[in-house]
Design a protein around this ligand. Structure first.
Ligand code: F6P
Length: 341
């Protein structure tokens, strides 16, 4: 078979490990050929390809980002987009696609599969919010980066008697905030799943100062105050209808300063969380996903997504990945409140 591979959406540590595993097993064990599609769905849409072989995928395991490039192109928002994809696949002699991405990329893959394209999905997102997999690769790396930042910020918070806020990614799900906050010993963690009371946050800040420690607050970019709205950078939407988030940390710092009189500052981690080399956990998970994805393709098990269930890599219906978002269970969040304040 001749199999196309693409990576879509935000970049994520571990993408190259998936590509490497797919090509290594696919070429060596099954004798398949590969074509890399550039920049997510833009590749098959515009016929942008690059060679993918044992040679071109050597040395990429520890590299962050994706050698294929990525984009947030949505072919279903482009006139004749789906027909163009089908034509280009036929022109390049592609029998099937392996699509590596999050809810947007896999949402497109699901719709294309329903229209007759042979697809296997691989779940990626640092946000860990894809349904029907216990973890996505990229999440562990992002959490480790955030924890390192929190560890470093503790010293400034203590030395300057400041409240320090760390804003992390997480549009609808607070997985990064919760895991990084718990691992970094945050005095308060704020996630999109649970609207927060600024008054309560200020109480926790005051109580932390009383104990002669300085508070660190970890907040997800999509966290929402009880009497307010999500804070966005501007009102522009991408082709999947998402607004650009960021700013809730600065907003909260101003509220804390004006309500408690204590200095408060915010560090926004932004794309630093997605950059650089993947953790060992993510390299292994991404590699296992890649190996299972190419086996699924070899067996013609189309319309499936590879997933982690417990410690096993399994195949689940591709459509189930985007049925709903995997949010932080409130019991887990509530349990962590014992450490707040
Ligand atoms: O991939 C998901 C994500 O990490 C979200 O948490 C975040 O809101 C978004 O990407 C930002 O991505 P970009 O800056 O590339 O649009």
């Amino acid at each position: 078979m001749r199999i196309g591979v693409l990576t879509g959406g935000g970049d994520c540590p571990g993408l190259n490990a998936v590509i490497r595993a797919v090509v290594r097993k696919g070429a060596k064990e099954y004798g398949h050929e590969f074509v890399g599609f550039r920049d997510g769905w833009k590749g098959p849409l515009e016929g942008l390809t690059m060679p993918l072989s044992l040679e071109t995928t050597r040395g990429i395991l520890p590299r962050g980002g994706t050698i294929l490039g990525s984009s947030r192109t949505n072919p279903f928002k482009i006139d004749g987009g789906v027909e163009r994809i089908k034509e280009n696949l036929e022109k390049s002699g592609i029998d099937a696609l392996i699509a590596i991405g999050g809810e947007d990329t896999l949402g497109v893959a699901t719709k294309l599969h329903a229209l007759g394209v042979k697809v296997i999905g691989v779940p990626k997102t640092i946000d860990n919010d894809l349904n029907n997999t216990d973890y996505t690769f990229g999440f562990d790396t992002a959490v480790n980066i955030a924890v390192e930042a929190i560890d470093r910020l503790h010293t400034t918070a203590e030395s300057h008697h400041r409240a320090l806020i760390v804003e992390v990614m997480g549009r609808h799900a607070g997985w990064i905030a919760l895991h990084a906050g718990l691992a970094g010993g945050a005095s308060c963690i704020l996630i999109p799943e649970q609207k927060f009371s600024v008054e309560k946050v200020c109480e926790w800040v005051e109580s932390r100062f009383k104990s002669h420690y300085a508070p660190i607050i970890v907040i997800a970019e999509g966290a929402i105050p009880q009497d307010g709205d999500m804070v966005t950078k501007d009102q522009t939407l991408d082709s999947f209808g998402h607004v650009k988030l960021s700013g809730i940390g600065d907003w909260l710092a101003q509220e804390i300063e004006s309500r408690t009189g204590k200095e408060a500052r915010t560090s926004v981690l932004g794309h630093i969380q997605r950059g650089g080399t993947p953790s060992a956990f993510d390299r292994v998970l991404a590699t296992r996903f890649g190996l299972q994805a190419i086996t699924a393709a070899h067996e013609g098990d189309w319309g499936k997504m590879v997933a982690l269930h417990g410690t096993n890599i399994v195949r689940v219906p591709l459509a189930s990945a985007t049925e709903k978002l995997k949010l932080v269970p409130l019991e887990f969040y509530k349990e962590s409140e014992i450490f707040f304040g």
